[in-house]
Design a protein around this ligand. Sequence first.
Ligand code: EPU
Length: 448
Amino acid sequence: MEVFRIRGGVPLHGAAAVAGSKNAALPILAATILARGPLTLRNVPRLTDVAALVELLEQLGVAVDADRDGAGRCLRVRTIDPLPSFSHHEPARRIRATFCTLGPLLARRGHAVVPLPGGCRIGRRPVDLHLKGLAALGAEIRIEQGHVIARAKRLIGARVSLAGPSGPTVTGTANVLAAATLARGRTTLLDAAREPEIVDLGRFLIAMGARIEGLGTSTLHIAGVEQLAGCDYCVTADRIEAATLLVAAMITRGSINLTNVVPEHLAAVLELLAEAGARIDLGPDWLRLIAPQVVRPIRVLARPYPGLPTDVQPQLTALAALADGDSNIRDEVFPQRFAHLRELARLGADVRGGAGEAAVRGVRRLHGARVAATDLRGGAALVLAALAAEGTTTVRRIDHLDRGYERFERKLRGLGARIERLAEVPAVGGVQWPVSAPQPEAVAARNA
Ligand code: EPU
C-alpha cells in the first residue's frame, strides 16, 4: 500500500494537459468486443481500472497491445473468433465497469455470464435498468449465484426507456446502446444518458460502422447492422480530471491553464466556479482559471448531464470547506455519496449531513492530519483539501485514486504542489506510518 504525503499551503500555478476520459475509455474498451477488425484506441488513460478491464478482455480472447503516442497511451486491439462468452474472471469482480461487457458479449456471441457488481461506498448501484433494456431487446436473463446469465440468438430492436428513480443510467445506456448496434431492426432508447462519455462511445460505435442518431439527446435511434469493423479512435478528454484540477487551483488560490480539454463538457462546473469568484477564459480546447483570494460560498446540486456531475461533488465540498460563508451540497444521483465528510472533518472542515445533502460552514484554515480515501472522488477531495491545509497530511488508501487519476501526484507536482507517493510500512501495534523517503523500486515502477 502507498500513501500520499502532502505539505499544504502552496498556491498551484502552471499548465497541465488533461488525460483521456476514464468513463469514456471503459465502455469503449468493452465495446471492442463487437469489432471484427483491428482497432486502435488513442488517448487511453493509464489507470488501474483500465488495466483491470484490459486484463479481462485478454481473458476473453481479445488481444491488446499498448504503445505510446504523443497524446497518451495508444492501445491496439484485435478480437479473435470464436470469442469465449464468459467474463467471470477475477478482474471482473474488482471493477464495476467490467459489467459493460454484458451488452457487447451478448450481441456478439449470443451468450454472456457476468458477475453482478457489488455494493459500493458511494451508495446503491443496482443494474436493473441494464437488464430491463437488454430483456426488451429479446435477451433471456436470469441471475444465478451472483452472476447475470444472458442469452439471445439474435437481439431484436425495440423501444425501451432507461429512466431510473434519479434519472438515466450512464453505463446502462452504454450496455444497451452497444448491444443494439448488432440487433435486427431499429431500437429506440428513451430517457438515455446524455453524458459526454456516452456521446464518445456512440461516436466510437459509429466509427466501427454502427448507425446511431440522437447522440447527446435523451432519445437514441439505432438501426442494427450485420457486423462492425475495426477503426482508429481517440478517446475524449476527462472532464472530471479537468474539473478536479480546476478546483485544485481554486482551493489553493492559484491559477491554472488546462490543455486537451473540452470546455463545453464543463459548462456547469465553470458556471459554479465563476459564481464562487473565479476568472475563467477559454478556447476550443483550453481553459484558464485564476482563483479569487476569497471564495464565495457555493450551492452544489449534482444531477445527470448537463447538470453538475456527481463525480465532482466531493471536490466541490472540499472547496466549500474553505469558502467565505455557508454552502449547501446536494447529490441527487448518488445521495449516499458523502463518506468523505468524516475525513474532511479530520482536516478541520465544518461539515454536517450526509443523507443526500451536506451543510458546509467555511473555515479560515484547514490543518494537516492523517486521513484515508473512502472512494475515488472522495479521495480526490481529501488531496485537494490537503493541498490547501496548513501542515502535513497523509492520505491513505490511494489505490482508490489510481483507479481514476493518471499519475495524479506528478500532475500536481507540475503545478508546484508538494506531494509525494510513499510506501506505507506494515502496521505495527495498530499504527501505520509512511516511510520518510520514496521507495526507489516502487517509484520506478510507477514512473515506467
Ligand atoms: N440506477 C438504477 N438502476 C440501474 C442503474 C442505475 O436505479 O440499473 C441508479 C443508481 O442507483 C444511481 C443512478 O441510477 O442513483 C445513476 O447511476 P448510473 O447507472 O448512471 O451510474 P454508473 O453508470 O454505474 C457512471 C460512472 C460513475 C458516475 C455515474 C453517474 C462509469 C464507469 N461510472 O456510473 O463514475 O458517478 O455514472 O454519472 O462510467 C467515478 O468515475 O468516480 C464514478 C463513480
